[in-house]
Design a protein around this ligand. Structure first.
Ligand code: ATP
Ligand code: MG
Ligand code: MG
Ligand code: MG
Length: 469
């Protein structure tokens, strides 16, 4: 069996042999892009190279980039546990051409890699092209010899990439793998394309236009290439699994979770093990790149990820901190390629242990409250927004945590009601402050509240403890 670590190596070496500079993964916190929460694609660290603002000593590059998609434009947090192919943390393998080779060579390099180097059977592969991109369509016929019914034209934004309202953009072409008719789901572009049968493995972006103004398109003088292939997805294909969570690396983590909890890894609670394994990776890699749990910004996204995992630990019947015990297994598995997680091992373990311990009691009490409330609802009912707000405000339940629990029971959530309750609390806080006669302690309290948003059950201690981590 080819291990995930070997596949990463093969990808880097292959493009290295084809004159690509092998570039280390950049950190998950983007260095020069305050608009972006986390690095969510391989091209992010090269943004300024594509736009020409930055020059490097090479015009071709290859990387395996750490990515987190748990907030902002790309948010897969709520997919984890439900789909076979999504993680919050994953690695994106990518080759890049900065005004060097273009469409034809990009398709050729990709096709040779998947069919020759990695040995995938041609008849299980499908390519999609942007509806208007006749060049790409013809190139797939010529280079891959794919029949017409396996080159699918897609007219939606799925096959048209842009950096933003302005800047570089262009059509995409994606490679899908057919995991076979035993699995549900239709081919790309069909109404049931989100099933597990046809899995998107590689996205090739042909940056050929610039948008000086929104909606305006002019040809780029030197078009570029940006590609992204999910390491875990290609590993699943090569390891004969249809579910990313069955690849060597994630399987080890799931077994670790099963061992620690004493709960069957493949039974009724499989989804919980998947969530724990995935969120452990996101948590560890984010902390190793300097993000610490807090009540705002990136730190709050991290806290949401951690609490979602903790709730699944609770679901497995474990009533003491558990996830922190899995950190050594992860560093063992991935620390060779990513030494930063080795260096951060003690910090991650301690922080996780503390966060898990702190959330335990409120989680337990919040879940009981939620249970009482959902018992009052009929089948397919909707949880009132003020209850979700109480869970958030008093018990530290991020909204997506509540949503995740309700979804498991096929219940809805009154999100507008939640927003209204939140707004009402802000209003009251402001009013109370204004009429408080400026007592110093209250002033401090509301300043903290405004700064951090709604506070949690742990109140002052939470914020004080933050600095101590
Ligand atoms: P999907 O449609 O499956 O959500 P995507 O179109 O959002 O994927 P892209 O933005 O095109 O994904 O990213 C390029 C590649 O990165 C994808 O083809 C896939 O192999 C991989 N990828 C994207 N999101 C994830 C994820 N959440 N977990 C694992 N791999 C991912
Ligand atoms: Mg997606
Ligand atoms: Mg897609
Ligand atoms: Mg895609």
């Amino acid at each position: 069996m080819t291990t995930t670590n070997e596949i990463r190596r093969k990808f880097l070496d292959y493009f290295g042999r084809h004159d690509h500079e092998i570039v280390q993964s950049a950190p998950l916190v983007p260095r020069n892009d305050p608009t972006l929460l986390f690095t969510n694609a391989g091209m992010v660290p090269f943004k300024n190279v594509f736009t020409g603002q930055e020059h490097r000593g090479y015009s071709r590059a290859v990387s395996s980039q750490k990515c987190v998609r748990a907030g902002g434009k790309h948010n897969d947090l709520e997919n984890v546990g439900y789909t076979a192919r999504h993680h919050t943390f994953f690695e994106m393998l990518g080759n890049f051409s900065f005004g060097d080779y273009f469409k034809e060579r990009a398709i050729e390099l990709a096709w040779l890699l998947v069919t020759q180097e990695l040995g995938l059977p041609k008849e299980k592969l499908i390519a999609t092209v942007y509806a208007d991109d006749e060049d790409a369509y013809q190139l797939w016929r010529k280079i891959a010899g794919l029949p017409d019914d396996r080159i699918i034209r897609i007219g939606t934004s799925d096959n048209f990439w842009s950096m933003g309202d302005t800047g570089p953009c262009g059509p995409c072409s994606e490679i899908f793998f057919d995991h076979g008719p035993d699995l549900p789901g239709g081919p790309p572009g069909s109404p049931d394309e989100d099933g597990d049968r046809f899995i998107e493995i590689w996205n090739l972006v042909f940056m050929q236009y610039d948008q000086p103004e929104p909606g305006q398109k002019v040809d780029l003088p030197r078009p570029s290439i940006d590609t992204g292939m999910g390491l875990e997805r290609i590993a699943a294909v090569l390891q004969g699994k249809h579910d990313n969570y069955d690849i060597d690396l994630l399987r080890c983590l799931i077994e670790n979770s099963a061992e620690l909890s004493g709960v069957d890894p493949d039974g009724e609670f499989r989804a919980s093990h998947k969530v724990i394994a995935d969120h452990l990776r996101a948590t560890t890699f984010l902390m190793a790149d300097g993000v610490l749990p807090s009540n705002e910004g990136r730190g709050y996204v991290l806290r949401r990820i951690m609490r979602r995992a903790m709730r699944h630990v609770h679901k497995l019947g474990v009533r003491e901190p558990m996830i922190y015990k899995m950190v050594p297994e992860l560093t063992q598995l991935m620390g060779e390629h990513f030494p930063e997680i080795r260096r951060a091992e003690a910090l991650v373990t301690e922080t996780l242990k503390m966060e898990e311990g702190r959330f335990q009691e409120t989680l337990d009490r919040g879940l009981r409250l939620l249970e009482d409330e959902t018992a009052k609802l009929g089948q397919g009912g909707t949880l009132p927004g003020d209850v979700a707000f109480k869970l958030y405000d008093t018990y530290g339940f991020p909204l997506d945590l509540t949503r995740d629990i309700l979804r498991g029971e096929e219940l809805g959530l009154d999100e507008q009601g939640f927003e209204a309750a939140m707004e009402e609390q802000r209003r009251k806080a402001r009013a109370a402050w204004a009429g408080s006669g400026e007592q110093a302690d209250e002033k401090v309290w509301f300043a903290i509240r405004d700064h951090f948003g709604a506070t949690e059950f742990l109140g002052y201690d939470t914020d004080a403890a933050e600095g101590a981590i």
